[in-house]
Design a protein around this ligand. Structure first.
Ligand code: NCD
Length: 357
């Protein structure tokens, strides 16, 4: 989310809106190719990106199961990216390692879209989550957003909190302590947004303009951590009695047990309705990036220019530092050097944002 400021996001909302009625969009990118490399399961993100690419006239290719790719033979992410950039004009990447998209972007000559990097971030989901709220409420200014479910491992939550903070949205993190937002994210939100916490939805529901419900990410926990949590309480029709009439209940989906299907009939339940916003937003994202990307030469013997800022070149502030996050791409990908950046004075890993000092 760091790459986008408030004005950039508003610009994306306008671009997305323009695709709702743009019947000429189907010719815009004919002859271009979009690759989707999904190393983790997905229904909506992959299919909506592919739908968006096809609606823009582009072709799609890729894999949805890394077991059917050379990752199963031990190929590194970097080598896979250096291959697929020869086949496609843009790569949509979902990967379990935190910081994988940033690493891929450092080596690729084509644009990389982060479609989820482990438990770190999911910025394109955020763009359309905010777009949906903006569209339904007319503005984001002064709103109060409750986020509940898995705030620790939920990448959609991390990106949404950062982006909503840029609009001055009041954030209420609603979760028991073990599922609260990571310390490094709390640190980054300091001074950016009014942040409160609550242990349960009923404590705050009457104040909320939007409630963002998420699934507990058991696949990112060790079995003991998951077992200690028990089954989270599900949001039911009774919980909405005290809510505002124009509350928006959102969920990135898939839903497991955290929202009772009875809630789906409530006019405030907007998680299926918003899916079309995901398609037009992803059309806007692909359109903007494809328009700025020069197709790579396919001529025999063409050698791509080396990456401008290769991840294995040692930067002065990172020598000898190892990221403390075992799920960071610098720990999982062979031969990648860790780097640090400054978030408001605190040093963090440039890939996964964990604090390092
Ligand atoms: C989310 C994800 O993959 O992070 N899903 C999505 O992209 N719509 C949420 C989740 O899997 O719980």
């Amino acid at each position: 989310m760091d790459a986008l400021g408030r004005d950039d996001m508003l610009d994306y909302f306008t671009r997305a809106e323009s695709f709702r009625s743009n019947t000429a969009a189907g010719q815009r990118h004919s002859g271009r190719t979009v690759a989707s490399l999904f190393y983790e399961p997905s229904t909506r993100t992959r299919l909506s990106f592919e739908s968006a690419a096809l609606r823009l006239g582009a072709q799609t290719l890729g894999f949805s199961d890394p077991a059917a790719s050379s990752a199963a033979k031990g190929e590194t992410l970097i080598d896979t990216i250096r291959t697929v950039e020869r086949y496609a004009d843009l790569i949509v990447l979902r990967h379990p390692a935190e910081g994988a998209a940033r690493l891929a972007a450092q080596v690729a000559s084509v644009p990389i879209v982060n479609a989820g990097d482990g438990g770190h971030e999911h910025p394109t989901q955020t763009l359309f989550d905010l777009y949906t709220i903006h569209r339904q409420r007319g503005s984001l200014d002064g709103l109060t957003l409750g986020l509940t479910g898995d705030l620790k491992y939920g990448r959609t939550v991390h990106s949404l909190a950062l982006a909503a903070a840029a609009f001055g949205v009041t954030l209420i993190f609603i979760a028991p302590e073990p599922l609260q937002v990571p310390a490094h994210l709390r640190g980054r939100l300091e001074g950016m947004a009014i942040v409160r916490t609550a242990a349960a939805v009923d404590e705050v529901i009457s104040e909320l303009d939007a409630l963002y419900v998420t699934r507990v990410q058991t696949e990112r926990m060790d079995p003991a951590e998951a077992a200690a949590l028990g089954t989270p309480r599900s949001l039911g029709p009774a919980d909405l009695r005290k809510a505002k009439d124009d509350l928006l209940v959102l969920h990135p989906l898939p839903r497991v047990t955290e929202i009772d299907p009875m809630v789906d009939e409530d006019p405030r339940a907007w998680y299926f309705e918003q899916l079309a916003d995901g398609v037009v937003m992803r059309m806007a994202i692909l359109d903007a990036l494809l328009a700025g990307a020069t197709p790579l030469p396919l001529g025999a013997g063409a050698k791509l220019p080396p990456p401008e800022d290769p991840p294995w070149r040692e930067s002065p502030d990172a020598s000898g530092v190892t990221c403390a996050n075992p799920k960071c791409v610098t720990r999982l990908e062979r031969g990648v050097m860790m780097r640090t950046i400054s978030h408001g004075g605190a040093r963090s890993c440039a890939y996964c944002d964990w604090c390092v000092e």
